[in-house]
Design a binder for this molecule. Sequence first.
Ligand SMILES: Nc1ncnc2c1ncn2[C@@H]1O[C@H](COP(=O)(O)OP(=O)(O)OP(=O)(O)O)[C@@H](O)[C@H]1O
Ligand SMILES: [Zn+2]
Ligand SMILES: [Zn+2]
Length: 803
Amino acid sequence: MKIASVIVDVPTTQTDRPFDYAIPDVWQGFIQRGMRVIVPFGNRQVQGFVLDLKNHSEFSNLKELIEPMDLVPVLNDELLHLGDFLAKTTLCMKISAYQVMLPPALKAKYDKYLILGNDTELQQLPFELQLLFDKKERVLWKDAVEVMSASYLYREARNGMFEVIYEVKNKGNKKKITYYRPAFSEQEFKKRLESVTLGNKQAQIIQFFLAYFQPHTVASIEENVTGARNSLKSLVEKGFLQKEEHEQYRDPYQDRQFVRTTALALTEEQQQVISPILKSIEEVNNDVFLLHGVTGSGKTEVYLQSIDEVIKKGKEAIVLVPEISLTPQMVNRFKGRFGNKVAVLHSGLSIGEKYDEWRKIQRKEVQVVVGARSAIFAPFENLGIIIIDEEHETSYKQEDSPRYHARDVAIERGNYHQCPIILGSATPSLESFSRAKKGVYTLLTMAKRMNQSALPKVEIVDMREELRTGNRSMFSQALLEKMRDRIEKKEQIVLFLNKRGYSSFVMCRDCGLVVQCPHCEVSLTYHKVSNQLKCHYCGYESYAPKTCPECQSEHIRFFGTGTQKVEEEIGKILPEARIIRMDVDTTSRKGAHEKLLTAFQEGKADILLGTQMIAKGLDFPNITLVGVLTADTMLHIPDFRASEKTFQLLTQVSGRAGRHQLPGEVVIQTYTPEHYSVQLAKEHDFIQFYQQEMSIRRVGQYPPYYYLALINVSHENLQLVVKVMDKITTFIRHNLSNQARVLGPAASPIARINNRYRYQCLIKYKKEPNLIPVIQKAIAHFHEEQLKKGMTITVDLNPFTMM
Ligand SMILES: Nc1ncnc2c1ncn2[C@@H]1O[C@H](COP(=O)(O)OP(=O)(O)OP(=O)(O)O)[C@@H](O)[C@H]1O
Ligand SMILES: [Zn+2]
Ligand SMILES: [Zn+2]
């Protein structure tokens, strides 16, 4: 093959297609599909992905590609195909589709190094390289190519002379660990022993190996035979032992002892739901299961035993969990069952650690990956199951390009591998549940909690009523009494606050002004520690004003409640209570999250106070009271999913109480007690909520009855934004069927971010086969504006944020 088709890293619409490059002779036979290469583009050199190899091109005078960046492909055939799928279904550039599948270490420009292969002696190298390597462990790639050709280096790397690694700054080099392994079978080993004479130490070492016939590290040999180190070499020379080196990964969990767990005897309900899953695994079917199980019904055990079956068949498993429930407790459950067969991918890892975990997958050293959204791209080649826990979580949708939903990617991959998919939740999304009702997915239900424990009793407290009776505190009488009671009984409490920071906004009580960001149309958030106001969209910061910027009144103050303020107030009313506060501020340091949770688990506090991050996944036996301080903050955001999100959150938080022997109770404080999402969360009635919400969606023409597409235009010049959005909207309106509803142009709910005005157009549709080409055509018209004037146009198919 003489020609490579390459997708280049130049993200513009004009370059969003493969370019052909001639493969120079030195690289013939080396370049493969899915490798990254460096190619000339214009007068620059850029990276690209090889999509295809061929012998003929419709273009003549092809430029030559410069060199490969990888020894082996970083994307396999399936992932190349998946990139196509992403580009088509999310309207992103192909280059961003491929890049999103790789760990960040392979995206940015990190330095590349050569290190010597396991068996390479310095003397084997050409003299020029010997000089470079002299006493060094590794050599910068760019220094090496000054003295030797890249093709020589790559070929020898393939032969095992070197390894090529990407070095992520400050994260330390790959660690190697030396092992000694027996050179023959046990029988052969014993036979040969008869015909040699060994020194005392050597004999002891041999005895040790015969007792534990497996590879050992030097450290473990020395532990058993003191001073063994010096005799190992001669045993290698005599042929008894072989020395080998294994890479030691920067395993973030390596210092931890995992208590091994074994499969639990399943309850009747668990058995009922797992049997169709096992059947699907057995028959290699591509079924999508929606596992609707109430909180604490034992969904995780169903996942674990399904995965176990998949591993036994020599296949692999991907488990997605939302970033915030990817707690050490969650990781332990998987590592405890499958040990080092598990790789973990989440945003708390350093770039180097992510790269290491990814390579374990690529090298087939693990069979299970547990991770947040992007783990759906794990480069497994023989997938046997994909599990998405808490499938209703909106964090499975990526908010920047490629705007993909992990569920769609999972279904696409499941289809390729012909493997089952489990979507699990106590509060499934309306989209998934309606698909299950229609029979597109198979519905599996677990309605009971483990050990017959009841779902917690929920009490709703009307905070307006509290105010009327003169209670101005953030705790209702009911909640306060129950908190006292639990502290006395030495049981534990979870207090949930739907917010971050000390207080959310600053308002003037005289003129009603809310202090806003000067660049964005949002109110600023007050941070007590620094006495600053911050914008969470653009990062703008200023000191909190002492007087109102509008009317100069001094009655300007902070509204709303934050975790710090709640902590202070508890300190006043329940001074004996020990509190652990978990929010963005207390958990920003690496490992902090885990420390706080462990402390709580060990009973070092009575109250766990926190935001969203404590709502899910926690499974602690001693929690018997959950208090939700303000249930309605989320009901008022401009989003048609506001009620659904409120119901889900209240159900999830309530689900933390009374999961084991002790019964649980929940107090929900609210200013809108009559709202159905609050009332039905009290009843734990998902089905009723589903029906009620569906009828509202039908009337409002929202998903799952209609699909949505959101187009957004932003620029500093308001007139330009309005003009462009108007033209796009008109074009789309004229080119879709009259069943489609095209709303807009209208100012976005957040009308300005970072001084850029934002306008949008929302399309609601049922069936529009031409939707994508029409949108593309509408936008293509404004290329010039995008390129020259810095205007941004984004398209979000099935958007999850309407802001
Ligand atoms: N078959 C079983 N026998 C005994 N205990 C079990 C069994 N299955 C699960 N459990 C235990 O029951 C508890 C609840 O299970 P699990 O956390 O899996 O529930 P879940 O459905 O995932 O809940 P949530 O949706 O609230 O996270 C756990 O402590 C788990 O170890
Ligand atoms: Zn004022
Ligand atoms: Zn701002």
